[in-house]
Design a protein around this ligand. Sequence first.
Ligand code: FEO
Length: 169
Amino acid sequence: MISDKVRNILNEQINKEFYSAYLYLAMSAYFDEIGLYGFSNWTKVQAREEVDHGMILFDYMIDRNTKVELMNIDTPDSDFTSPMQVFEKILEHEIKVTESINRVATLSDDECDLATRNFINWYIAEQVEEEASVRDVISKLGMFGEEKASLYLLDNEFKGRTYSAHSYK
Ligand code: FEO
């Protein structure tokens, strides 16, 4: 039986994952507008992964026979000015998501909900990977600068990012 506190935090986490998908889609649209189609692809693939993150939580809650409550999704930030600024925003956002996942883990411990504590481990590992991949992009942008030639090369690299579905069973 999932406690009310754990149920609430899982419902909030579903909302945060779908908000993340919206945010990455807004970024994808920005990159498309400025002709960086590889960056647009990278962020669009990430948006699809965020939907998976939300759906995995959704399926878990159904499996645990607890009530899913879908909330309004906020309008995402759309104040984008450059690739570096976007990726700095992404890192800031993902750090907040990591903190949020950590709160789910801590609360599951406090509530002696070992199934949720075990389930959320996948997200803890996923956040390490996500933060690392964003830091990698920021470091490349910092190293090569944002001149057109460097952006062209990075953009071509990012065209190769492909989506592969995540699920927990
Ligand atoms: Fe689902 Fe990027 O955190």
